[in-house]
Design a protein around this ligand. Structure first.
Ligand SMILES: Nc1ncnc2c1ncn2[C@@H]1O[C@H](COP(=O)(O)OP(=O)(O)O)[C@@H](O)[C@H]1O
Length: 175
């Protein structure tokens, strides 16, 4: 059976605070795609295991979450938003957008969110070392990865336009 998608699936990834949710929400409205917010899906479907005191967050039951999402991803038109990307099946995604933010801006955004201490430090380091970009590069083909800087409102609008245009181009090339 040929299950070729007629609209792409998109992954929006990056360090917490870079603007994944903001971009995903706006993009879902513009492109009429479905926003699959992993943290919300995990909560709704009981995919969160015990609390990790070091990282100050609940541990995601990845296997369970992937089983739940499998059916959602078949038709395309999904925007998946998560601060990790290596555990998803590669075949799910046609485009992987890695969102980046400069460290000072990220620090301010995470402070406003109440992050302090080790949690703040880990996230800033994650951005400094481009951890998510590297993770994307080791998990997906280079031609489907796009890195976008998201420091201010102007860039936010530009990024949405860039992804909308990318979707249109994908459709022209794949239908
Ligand atoms: N391009 C941008 N310019 C200014 N503020 C932004 C921009 N993108 C996101 N923000 C703000 O930064 C904070 C973190 O954004 P959010 O989308 O929640 O990040 P993430 O989903 O990656 O954790 C929010 O307060 C959001 O309003």
């Amino acid at each position: 059976m040929n299950l070729k998608r007629t609209v792409p699936n998109i992954l929006i990834t990056g360090t917490p605070g870079v603007g994944k949710s903001t971009i995903s929400r706006k993009l879902a409205e513009r492109a009429k795609f479905t926003w699959r917010e992993i943290s919300k899906l995990a909560e709704e479907h009981n995919c969160l295991d015990e609390y990790d005191p070091e990282y100050q967050c609940s541990i995601l039951n990845e296997e369970k979450l992937l089983d739940i999402m499998e059916g959602m991803m078949i038709k395309g038109g999904n925007i998946v938003d998560y601060h990790g990307c290596d555990f998803f099946p590669e075949r799910w995604f046609d485009g992987v957008f890695v969102i980046r933010t400069n460290n000072t801006t990220l620090y301010d955004r995470l402070s406003a969110r109440g992050y302090t201490g080790k949690k703040m430090e880990n996230n800033i380091q994650c951005e400094i070392f481009a951890t998510l970009l590297e993770e994307a590069q080791s998990s997906y083909k280079p031609e489907i990865i796009v890195e976008l800087t998201n420091d201010n409102e102007e860039q936010l609008h530009k990024n949405i336009d860039t992804i909308v245009q990318w979707i249109e181009r994908w459709k022209e090339e794949n239908i």
